[in-house]
Structures are given as C-alpha cells and as structure tokens.
Design a protein around this ligand. Structure first.
Ligand code: HPA
Length: 272
C-alpha cells in the first residue's frame, strides 16, 4: 500500500465527515463494543467501504471506524482490527494506522485482550503497556521505506509514551481502578501458546501475551504518533491455569471492559 493509497483513503473519509477531525484515535479490542456504541454524533464507516482496509474476520470484532465524540471530545474509535493470524500481509497490518495518521491523529490508544504471565494480574484486570517484545516474526515496516511516513530505521526506545501512560495511571487512581503495568509480548497465533513458550517468555521479561497491537504501535511510532496501550487480561497464560478457550477470553474481556471503558473516558477528558 503506497503513500498515495493512504492519502486517498484519508481523503475519502474527510469528504464524508463533517466536523472537527479528532487528534486522538482508539483501537478497541474484542469486548469493547459498548464504548463504540456510546459515542455521540458518530459518523460510521464500515471497513468494507474504506479503500484498501483489511477486513477483520474474528467473532467480537465489528470492523467499523467511528468518528464522533466521547465525553464531548472528538475521538475516532476503531472497532475491531485485522490480525496477522488471519493471513493479512505485513504491510496491510499497518494500513489503518497510517490512514489515522493521514487524518491528523497524533495520539493512538491501543487496547487488546491478553493472557497474563503474572498471577497477581489475573483475569478481568487491566495492564498498561510499558514496552513490548515483538515475537510475532512479522513487521509492517518491512519493504521499501517511504520517507514521507518516517525514517528507514525508526527509534523505538520509547515505543509507549511515558507521559501519557502516567496520565492513565492518574485516571485509574482517581477512579479507584487497579491498573497493572508491564511488557506485552506479541505472538503471531492463532493458537494460544504452549506452557514451554510461556516459561520462556517469562524469563525474557514478558508480563502479558497477545496476538495484536505491536504492528500498529510500530507503524504509529514510525510516523511520529504518540502511543499508549492497555491490555484487558482475559486469562492467565498457558500452563498457569486450566485450558484456554475463546469463549473464556470473551467472558473475562467483558469484565475488564467495564473498567476499561471508564478509564478511557477519563483519559479522553484528561488529555483532550
Ligand atoms: N495468549 C495470546 N493471546 C491472548 C491470550 C493468550 O493467553 N488471551 C487473550 N489473547
């Protein structure tokens, strides 16, 4: 997908939206539908109608971009995302993030469902992402670099914005919501990890494991957006509890979602 493709998609969105283009976008992982549905004055674009967008295929991921307001502040909500395990190419996984950048978004809030490698951060809890390990084997920045997006070798020593993460903690404290923090490791999936993999990841310093988010973060940092992230812990990772099911991730995702929705609303008010 070229720079021109990205700009053409952004132009299509701008032509079909009246109002202030938001500075902040949120990518909502599975289970956060109620937040998207609660947006005020939303203009809704189905990913199917956005030129070049990969279409998500997973249960619980709607595939819509909503441009509207939360707490009276302009925000874009991305309801659902494309995952590497669905078979999308590396460059496709970065496309929607680049479109957000072309729309003028400066702050990207990434959420996901994840398994926890720390017993104390159990199912239903939230974890702010302080750093990541890209164990997916994929990277959306592979290929000829277009300098109009960003440099060939982007610095990711602060992939996750520290100041904004501090603000998340401040909001969580005010709401009396426990917000753990830790390192997110991306595995490509679609299978959950083996217990041996989880033991290995623990020794590397991973605190949570999931199958998304890192591609969006890398693309966003490449083009200079600030990124903040929160994992909804849906389960303890493989070998730390009984068998894992997608149904279970949905159920605990729903519990974490109640807190995450409150936290995101407070964050919007704090930052915008
Ligand atoms: N592993 C990977 N992805 C996940 C998990 C997990 O345990 N839980 C939710 N998404």
């Amino acid at each position: 997908m070229t720079y021109e493709d990205v700009q053409a998609c952004a132009a299509h969105i701008k032509a079909n939206f009246k109002g202030d283009m938001p500075r902040m976008a949120m990518v909502l992982g599975s289970g956060l539908n109620s937040l998207a549905n609660a947006m005020e004055d939303a203009t809704v674009f189905s990913y199917a109608d956005l030129p070049g967008f990969p279409k998500p295929t997973v249960e619980g991921h709607a595939g819509r971009m909503l441009i509207g307001k939360l707490e009276g502040k302009p925000v874009i909500c991305m309801q659902g995302r494309a995952h590497a395990y669905e078979g999308h190419s590396e460059e496709k996984l970065g496309y929607s993030t680049r479109v957000l950048w072309a729309l003028g978004v400066e702050i990207l809030v990434l959420t996901n469902a994840a398994g926890s490698l720390r017993k104390k951060a159990g199912p239903g809890s939230l974890m702010a992402i302080t750093d990541h390990i890209n164990f997916s084997g994929i990277n959306p920045l592979v290929g000829v670099n277009d300098d109009r997006f960003g440099p060939r070798f982007p610095d990711v020593s602060e992939a996750w914005n520290r100041k904004l993460t501090k603000k998340l903690h401040k909001c969580a404290e005010a709401l009396n919501i426990t917000l753990h923090e830790g390192v997110y490791l991306m595995a490509k999936g679609p299978n959950f990890e083996t217990p041996a993999e989880i033991r290995a990841f623990k020794t590397w310093g991973a605190d949570a494991v999931g199958m998304s988010t890192v591609p969006e973060c890398l693309v966003a940092r490449h083009c200079g957006m600030k990124v903040v992230g929160i994992s909804s812990i849906t389960n303890l990772a493989a070998g730390m509890q009984a068998e894992l099911t997608h149904h279970e991730t949905m159920e605990y995702g729903a519990i974490a979602a109640v807190h995450l929705e409150k936290l995101l609303r407070a964050f919007v008010e704090e930052v915008l």
